[in-house]
Structures are given as C-alpha cells and as structure tokens.
Design a binder for this molecule. Structure first.
Ligand code: ATP
Ligand code: MG
Length: 246
C-alpha cells in the first residue's frame, strides 16, 4: 500500500483536483484506492456530491473504525470525507499525547488498498503534520505563479524538520506543474526553476483546462466529464508516470 500526501501550503494549486483524478485513473487501471480528505473545507467529498454523516472527525476523535467511516464512490474507489467539524478536531488533537501521530495510529490497521491519497489543506497545521507523518511520499502540485515557489521552499523546510524530529524519511517524489500554459513565458520559467531543484521528479504538466473547473459541479472526474480533454490526457500520463516511472 503506497501512501501519498498531496500538499502545498498555497491555496488553489490543484491539490484536490489532482487527488480526485489520479485516484480515479488508478482505479480505472484496476487498483484499489482510498482518498482521505484532511482539509476541513471538505472539497474532495463535494467532488463526488457527498455530504456524509461520518467523517475523518469520527476516525480521529471518536476513534471509530475506518470501515464505518468510508464511503464507496466508484468501483475500487473509497473516500473518508471531511467537513468543518475537522476544525475543532484539530483543536482537540492539540492536547493529545503524540498529537502529530494521531492519524498514523488510527490508520495503523488500514489494509485492502493499493494506494491512499491524502488531500491536504493549504496551511501549515497539525492535520498536515499528521498527513506528512502518515505518508510515504509527497505529491506537490505547483501552479504556474511565482508565489507558488515560496510555498515549495517552506514545505521542503518543514519536511526536513519532521524527518529529523520523528526520524522519518518522507520525501517529495512528484512535483506536478498545474495551470500550465505553453504560450506563457511564466509557465516555462517556473517549470525550469522546479526542474533545477527537483530534477526528474517533475511530472508532465497539467494544462489549464475549462473542463477541469466544470467537472466538480457535475460531481464527475475528468475521465467521466470530458475524457477527450487535455486535462484527461495529462492526468492519464501522470498516472502512467506514477506507475512506471518517467
Ligand atoms: N488545470 C486546471 N485548469 C483549470 N482549472 C483548474 C485546473 N486545476 C484545478 N482547477 C480548478 O481550480 C480550482 C482550484 O483547484 P483545487 O480545488 O483542486 O485546488 P486546491 O489546491 O485543492 O485548493 P485549496 O488549497 O483551496 O484546497 C478548482 O475550481 C478547480 O476546479
Ligand atoms: Mg483542496
């Protein structure tokens, strides 16, 4: 079971879009996938049109079993949703023993999935630290804006600190350029900067694509809403890179 945290402290860089579409693409290839939304905004559940009774709050605070809190959304695809209740959850976790490891310990017996994707909030909070300590690898979607690079530096620094304090080896293994426009010099400059730091960890970019912004309102992934779009092509390629390398 491979665990990916999809993180960027900057908002709106395509984290949730990446989680939903990579997860669905992997199920179409026959893998079993679980999405865990750790963001109190609850966007991942919204993508699938859910407003569930049980959320990650029940797992983290009420210590309920995972099987009681997952919702099946597609063949081979389950999700543990989140909503605004997760905000007080974070406050409660603050006073727990080993507060950074609550998610890891609650999910210690998790099995039956090939891939787990954690959709993270755009902030440096305790839930994100929990996500980084549960994950083996980090996927970093970076939008083609100069300010995105600041968030990337902060994340690298925090991962280093977490690895040192908790004796872990979590690392960024996939950097996904998002909102890419090949006609735009800024897009090319930012990809060059990313490649200087992350070398071959930089994936195929996801082009800016209207269908991708319309799909959530229809509660569909890009492979259902517009399978012939650029974005479907890009996310399919990125999935192949995850599976077979680049
Ligand atoms: N390549 C793209 N082209 C066009 N629209 C996109 C693209 N990727 C994402 N979007 C849209 O941009 C918005 C932000 O994307 P998304 O919600 O995935 O970002 P996020 O990083 O999860 O945001 P947050 O930090 O708030 O959690 C959404 O409306 C989404 O549909
Ligand atoms: Mg999001």
């Amino acid at each position: 079971m491979k665990r990916f945290a999809v993180v960027n402290y900057k908002g709106g860089t395509g984290k949730t879009t990446t989680v939903v579409n990579l997860a669905h693409a992997l199920t179409l290839k026959g893998f079993k996938v679980l999405i865990i939304d750790t963001d109190p905004q609850g966007s991942a559940g919204y993508y699938f049109g859910l407003s569930p009774q049980k959320t990650l709050y029940n797992v983290l605070i009420e210590k309920e079993s995972i099987s009681d809190c997952v919702v099946n959304v597609r063949h081979f695809l389950d999700i543990i949703c989140s909503n605004e209740r997760l905000f007080p959850a974070e406050l409660k976790m603050g006073s727990m023993k080993e507060r950074e490891l609550v998610l890891k310990s609650q999910l210690a017996t998790l099995s039956g999935y090939d891939y787990v994707f954690l959709d993270c909030a755009p902030s440096m909070n305790l839930l994100n630290q929990n996500a980084l300590l549960f994950a083996d690898e980090v996927i970093l979607p970076v939008s083609m804006e100069y300010l995105s690079l600041i968030g990337v530096k902060q994340l690298l620094k925090n991962i280093k600190i977490i690895n040192r304090i908790f004796n872990r080896k979590v690392s960024i293994t996939n950097v996904i350029p998002t909102f890419f426009d090949r006609r735009n010099k800024k897009s090319k400059d930012i990809i060059e900067s990313l490649k200087r730091v992350f070398l071959n960890m930089v994936s195929t970019p996801v082009r800016t694509c209207t269908s991708l912004s319309e799909a959530p309102s229809k509660h569909k992934t890009i492979f259902e809403f517009d399978p012939d779009s650029f974005a479907a092509e890009d996310y399919y390629k990125i999935t192949e890179e995850l599976l077979y390398g680049r």
